[in-house]
Ligand binder design. Structure first.
Ligand SMILES: [Zn+2]
Length: 371
C-alpha cells in the first residue's frame, strides 16, 4: 500500500513537470522565432473558361517541352456542378469561386434566391487590398461579372456594367465598351468612373502595347467595343495586361492584392467545336501563365491558382493521335460535367490538393487573403 502511494506521487510529479514544460518554462537554448509573415499573401486566380484536362492535354501534345502547368506541384480537382444543374455555366461556376455559394446557372454574384453576396474581390477592396480583373472577353461577361456585379441574369450587360462602377476594383482590362458608353438608359458611365479617380481609355485612343498606367489613379481600359478578337486574329494584350496588373497592384499599397485573370475564349473554341481555336487560346494562356509564375516566383509572396470553371465541348483525344497531330472529337457544343483540375503555385499552394466542391476554392482563398 505504501509503495502504491509513492508510485502515484511520482506519476503526479512527472505529469506536473511535463505540463509545466509545455505551458511556461522557457528553454534558454530556444530563442524566440521572429515573426516571418510581414504581409498576407497576394492571390492571382487564373481561370481558363471551359478549360478541362482535355484542353490542357491537347495543348501539351501540340508543343515540345514542358508547359507552364507543370511548374505547379500541388494539384487538386474541383466538382464544378451548379445548384440547379449538374452541368454548370460560367455564371454559376465563377460565382462558386467569388461568393462561395452553389448558385443557379445564369446567376452572377447572387445565391439561389437571387440575394447578392459580397464577392471575394469586393471584400478585398473594402478591406483596402488592391484588386484587378483582366479578361479576353468583355468585362461584363459571366466570369468577370461574378466577381464585380450581382444579377440573376448574366445577359443583363448594362445592369452589370452599372454594378462595376461601384465594385471598387482598381484595375479593369477587357472588352465591352459599348455597355458603358451607348446605353439604352443614356447614362454616361465613363464620367462616373472618372469621378471615382479612374483613368479611362480604350483601344481606339491608344494601343494597349504602348499604355503606361498612371500609378496615382485606378485604371479602366477597354480592349474592344464588344468581344475582343481571338488570339489567332491578333489579340495581343493579355500577357502585357496581366504583368502590368501584377506590378500595378503590388505597388498600390502595402497590403496584399487579389487579381482575377481569365482566358475567356478557350470556352468559345469549345462551343464552336474548333480544336484549333482551343489550342490557339491555350497557347496564349500558357505564355501568360509562364510570365505570371515567373513574377510570382520572384516575388515569393504570391499564390497563383489556375483552374477552369467547367469543361466545354466534351473534348477527347482519340486513337491515331501523335504528338503535334491530334485526332480529336467533341461530344457536345455545350459544357460537360467532368471534374476540373486546380493547379496551385506559391505560398499556401499545398491547401489546394484533393477533391472538393468548387465553392471550397472561395473558402481557401479567403483564409489566405484575409489571414
Ligand atoms: Zn461556355
Amino acid at each position: 500500500m505504501k509503495v502504491s502511494w509513492i508510485f502515484i506521487g511520482l506519476v503526479l510529479v512527472q505529469c506536473a513537470s511535463v505540463s509545466n514544460s509545455k505551458i511556461g518554462a522557457v528553454d534558454p537554448k530556444e530563442k524566440p522565432k521572429p515573426t516571418s509573415i510581414v504581409k498576407p499573401t497576394n492571390i492571382v486566380l487564373v481561370i481558363g473558361d471551359g478549360m478541362g484536362l482535355a484542353q490542357v492535354s491537347a495543348y501539351m501534345y501540340n508543343v515540345e517541352g514542358k508547359i507552364a502547368f507543370e511548374r505547379c506541384k500541388f494539384i487538386g480537382l474541383h466538382k464544378s456542378h451548379a445548384a440547379n444543374n449538374l452541368i454548370t455555366d460560367s455564371a454559376a461556376g465563377a460565382s462558386a469561386f467569388s461568393i462561395g455559394e452553389k448558385t443557379n446557372n445564369a446567376y452572377v454574384g447572387v445565391d439561389v434566391n437571387g440575394k447578392s453576396h459580397e464577392t471575394i474581390l469586393e471584400e478585398a477592396s473594402r478591406k483596402g487590398l488592391a484588386t484587378g480583373v483582366v479578361v479576353s472577353s468583355t468585362i461584363v461577361h459571366a466570369t468577370p461579372a461574378a466577381f464585380i456585379a450581382h444579377n440573376v441574369s448574366r445577359d443583363a450587360y448594362e445592369e452589370i456594367a452599372l454594378d462595376i462602377v461601384d465594385s471598387g476594383c482598381d484595375l479593369l482590362i477587357g472588352g465591352g465598351q459599348k455597355y458603358f458608353t451607348r446605353r439604352s438608359d443614356s447614362l454616361d458611365l465613363i464620367q462616373k468612373f472618372k469621378s471615382k479617380n479612374y483613368f479611362v481609355t480604350d483601344y481606339f485612343n491608344s494601343d494597349y502595347s504602348s499604355l503606361v498606367i498612371p500609378s496615382s489613379q485606378k485604371l479602366l481600359f477597354f480592349t474592344a467595343d464588344g468581344d475582343p478578337l481571338p488570339y489567332s486574329q491578333g489579340r495581343d494584350y493579355m500577357i502585357k495586361a496581366s504583368l502590368d496588373a501584377l506590378q500595378f497592384l503590388d505597388k498600390r499599397n502595402d497590403k496584399a492584392f487579389f487579381l482575377m485573370v481569365e482566358g475567356s475564349q478557350i470556352d468559345w473554341g469549345g462551343h464552336a467545336n474548333d480544336v484549333n481555336y482551343v489550342i490557339s487560346e491555350m497557347t496564349e494562356f500558357n505564355l501568360m501563365l509562364n510570365k505570371i509564375l515567373d513574377w510570382a516566383e520572384k516575388d515569393g509572396n504570391t499564390l497563383v491558382i489556375i483552374t477552369g470553371d467547367h469543361e466545354t465541348g466534351g473534348l477527347s483525344i482519340n486513337p491515331g493521335s501523335v504528338r503535334g497531330k491530334l485526332t480529336t472529337q467533341f461530344t457536345t457544343t455545350g459544357h460537360s460535367g467532368v471534374m476540373i483540375p486546380v493547379y496551385a503555385f506559391g505560398p499556401g499552394a499545398v491547401n489546394f490538393t484533393g477533391i472538393y466542391e468548387n465553392t471550397e476554392l472561395y473558402l481557401m482563398m479567403k483564409k489566405i487573403l484575409f489571414k
